[in-house]
Design a protein around this ligand. Structure first.
Ligand SMILES: [Mg+2]
Length: 99
C-alpha cells in the first residue's frame, strides 16, 4: 500500500476492511460465474485471471484484517489497563481506610 493511502485511525481502518471485503466478494462472484481462468474481456482491461485477482484481493483483505486487529487489540489492552489501575487504586484506598 502506498504510504499516502495507509489508514491512520479506527474509522479509516474499518473503511479499508469493508472495501476489501467487497473486493473479495466481487472477485469471488466473478470466479463463480466465469471460472478461475476467466478474465475481463473488455478492451483495455488487464488480462489478470479471476484466480490471480481473487488471490490479490485475499492478500489485500489479510492486510486490512491485520490493521484493524492490531488497532482493536491495542484499544482493548488500553481499556483493560485503565480498569485494572482503577481497581488497584480502589483496593489501595480500602487498605488505607481512605475510602
Ligand atoms: Mg483490494
Amino acid at each position: 500500500m502506498k504510504p499516502q493511502y495507509e489508514p491512520k485511525n479506527m474509522q479509516q481502518r474499518l473503511g479499508y476492511l469493508v472495501e476489501e471485503c467487497g473486493e473479495v466478494l466481487a472477485a469471488a462472484g466473478k470466479t463463480i460465474r466465469w471460472g478461475l481462468d476467466g478474465f475481463n474481456p473488455e478492451p483495455g482491461a488487464s488480462r489478470e485471471t479471476n484466480a490471480e485477482w481473487l488471490l490479490r484481493e485475499i492478500q489485500d483483505l489479510k492486510g486490512a484484517i491485520s490493521r484493524i486487529e492490531t488497532y482493536l487489540r491495542e484499544h482493548v489492552g488500553l481499556e483493560a489497563d485503565a480498569w485494572r489501575r482503577e481497581a488497584l487504586d480502589e483496593a489501595e484506598r480500602v487498605r488505607k481506610g481512605t475510602r
